[in-house]
Unconditional design. Structure first.
Length: 324
């Protein structure tokens, strides 16, 4: 009986060693084909543009091609669900933001994925500061002036959204400032911004990358950044908190794989991504496009994700946003 038990234990140990060896061999050979990066937002969005910069360098480092696939819609849920159901082999990854992994659990009644259980955190790559922009025909040059106009004519002004940060920022602004704003949702930021420029919607909270070119072209006016601290990218721009006390919202960006990815593959991807975003020339390219880049380990990213879920639940609850 004892000898049989020993044989079984040896068999289990041998199987475990064989599995570990196979996993290590897979990581050594990874990648042996193209890697697809699935994005929850449309081409031209901040996430799309910054991902293309990082993915070009990542493909070179890994010796393969990185294929970007934009799956916009349902507040990013289409892309997140697609990756959650993909094989956990490292060939289908999600590059996303707080929209899918911090806010959606509290914004959507029916969520087809779990942001923690269904994914493997790989690397957080930075933050994407947001700013408040308005149609230039609106006679306001500051947040205080905009609030005064909205209070003078309740219900006249509206805000567009193409992400969770925009949704929550708009609702938080209306609540803290005590004004009545109509919410106009869009699938992604570029078409939402188009309607703000055209004057069909009054204002929008948008990532710096997407909005700044239109500000420079005089198609929009920027009034403030959403972070409590001034942005290093736009040090001259006031913060929302200077006028609307308690306003502090920021967006983050990172890489995920499906749950169950081999640890060796995650480690390899994380190491290469971290080296890329810490390179001064890459940091500079990303900064020019509105992203404050830095690197985190998978473990740091996992803890950050859990903390962000708590934070965004409070933001959304405080803003009085009901699940859709």
């Amino acid at each position: 009986m004892i000898s049989g038990l020993l044989r079984n234990l040896r068999a289990v140990a041998a199987a475990a060693l064989s599995l570990a060896a196979a996993s290590a061999a897979q990581a050594d050979n990874y990648p042996s084909r193209n890697v697809t990066l699935v994005l929850p937002f449309a081409a031209g969005s901040g996430t799309d543009t910054t991902t293309r910069i990082i993915s070009k360098e990542l493909g070179t480092a890994l010796g393969t091609s990185m294929v970007i696939e934009n799956k916009a819609g349902a507040n990013g849920s289409i892309a997140a669900s697609f990756v959650a159901r993909s094989a956990p082999d490292g060939y289908t990854l999600l590059v996303t933001t707080n929209t899918t992994h911090s806010a959606n659990p509290y914004l959507l009644k029916s969520l087809t994925y779990d942001p923690v259980k269904d994914f493997t955190p790989i690397a957080r790559t930075g933050d994407l500061p947001f700013m408040l922009v308005i149609n230039p025909e609106i006679p306001a040059n500051s947040v205080a002036e905009l609030i005064a106009l909205a209070k003078k004519e309740p219900g006249k002004y509206s805000y567009a959204s193409g992400s969770s940060s925009a949704i929550v920022s708009g609702a938080t602004f209306a609540r803290l400032a005590g004004i009545d704003l109509l919410h106009v949702p869009y699938k992604s930021s570029p078409p939402a911004l188009t309607d703000v420029i055209a004057g069909r919607v009054s204002m929008m909270f948008v990532d710096v990358l997407t909005g700044l070119p239109h500000v420079k072209g005089k198609a929009l006016k920027m009034l403030a950044v959403t972070t409590k601290q001034k942005s290093a990218l736009l040090p001259e721009l006031p913060t929302m908190d200077e006028t609307v006390k308690g306003f502090d919202i920021s967006s983050w960006q990172g890489y995920f794989g499906p749950a169950g990815m081999p640890k060796e593959t995650v480690t390899k991807l994380n190491a290469e991504i971290r080296k890329i975003v810490e390179r001064p020339e890459v940091k500079a390219q990303l900064a020019e496009r509105g992203m404050e880049a830095f690197a985190q380990t998978p473990e740091e990213f996992e803890q950050f994700l859990k903390d962000q879920l708590v934070l965004w639940e409070k933001l959304i609850t405080d803003a009085g946003i009901e699940k859709q």
